[in-house]
Ligand binder design. Structure first.
Ligand code: FAD
Length: 298
């Protein structure tokens, strides 16, 4: 059995920054998670303060992991499969049956973006397939793109992309977006196509989108915007009730409202951005360490 004052679940930028700030408060810190599963892995970032150009997301995670370990955080590169309250603290189990006892827990589990499940989606991810128009829109200046999804979020992305791309298709068979957002997307110039995506086509990069009515749209980018599911299930095991969209509500100290449990990063809701993940990570790490120091007797 491993013991920790602060246990962090999630090895993305939020969890790593939380680890750095908690460890520097001289409490024992264990972080469980796989950096390669972070939303940041394999992406390029160009809107993070102080890093000009396209920063390599995987490299940020590699360097950040080293920093966290350098400050004394113990990292277990595996997944948590269960969590429970026990003996006034918490006990979690990993996929390799490692049990960890902790006094405070930080949930930094991010979100999992809902997949479309068509041929070409996986193969061309990062080569013209994206799940975040707000993140990657800038790479499609003057190009032709499609936004897939019928929700308000998709309509907002279609409208946003008209500011970058020369041509925007909004592809949705069933539209559930608000009237206001549908009108805004149309007024901005997005062309609505009432069909479902059948396949994303391309060799090294996306070149076309095939629809279920047989139409083939020639384009450079496909944004899959079907909404997002949070990996907040563990939260319920710890008596933290997620919001309707599965995000976890926190106050300005990243406290969830349940004693000893904090949350940070994408799992707390939008904006899903590196800068916010890092900022909240610093707050959550500090808050959890202070809670351990102030509330738990040796
Ligand atoms: C294609 C793409 C492009 C992007 N571009 C930008 C950009 O340009 N600018 C920007 O600011 N942001 C961008 N983002 C968003 C940014 O990557 C995220 O906001 C950021 O990574 C969120 O950090 P996080 O730590 O909250 O979550 P994540 O980075 O997703 O990390 C979550 C971690 O939790 C782990 N985890 C989940 N469940 C468990 C479990 N049960 N046990 C153990 N570990 C678990 C995951 O494996 C992962 O390690 C982009 C994202 C994508 C996908």
């Amino acid at each position: 059995m491993i013991s920790a004052d602060v246990l962090i679940i999630g090895a993305g930028p939020a969890g790593l920054q939380a680890a750095i700030h908690a460890a520097r408060k001289k409490v024992s810190v264990v972080l469980v998670g796989k950096t390669e599963n972070s939303a940041l892995a394999g992406t390029h970032i160009e809107n993070y303060l102080g890093i000009p150009g396209k920063a390599d997301g995987s490299e940020i995670l590699r360097v950040g992991s080293g920093q966290a370990e350098g400050f004394g955080c113990r990292m277990l590169r595996e997944n948590v499969i269960s969590a429970a309250r026990k003996d006034g603290g918490f006990e979690i189990m990993t996929e390799n049956d490692t049990a960890i006892k902790a006094r405070a827990v930080i949930l930094a589990t991010g979100i999992s973006r809902v997949k479309l499940g068509v041929p070409g989606e996986k193969e061309l991810f990062g080569k013209g397939v994206s799940y975040c128009a707000a993140c990657d829109g800038n790479f499609y200046k003057g190009k032709t793109v499609a936004i897939i999804g019928g929700e308000t979020e998709s309509a907002a992305s279609a409208e946003l992309m008209t500011a970058y791309a020369s041509k925007v298709y909004w592809v949705a068979k069933d539209i559930a977006a608000s009237e206001r957002m549908i009108r805004k997307a149309a007024d901005a110039g997005a062309e609505t196509v009432r069909a479902s995506a059948k396949a994303i086509i391309g060799e090294d990069k996306v070149t076309a989108l095939e629809l279920d009515d047989g139409t083939v749209l020639s384009l450079d980018g496909v944004f899959i915007e079907l909404g997002a599911r949070s990996s907040a299930d563990l939260a319920m095991d710890l008596d933290v009730m997620p919001e309707m969209d599965d995000s976890i509500k926190v106050d300005s100290s990243c406290f969830t409202g349940t004693d000893g449990i904090y949350a940070c990063g994408d799992v707390t809701g939008k904006p899903w951005q590196l800068a916010k993940a890092v900022g909240q990570g610093a707050v959550a790490g500090t808050s959890a360490a202070e809670w351990v120091r102030n509330n738990v007797s040796e």
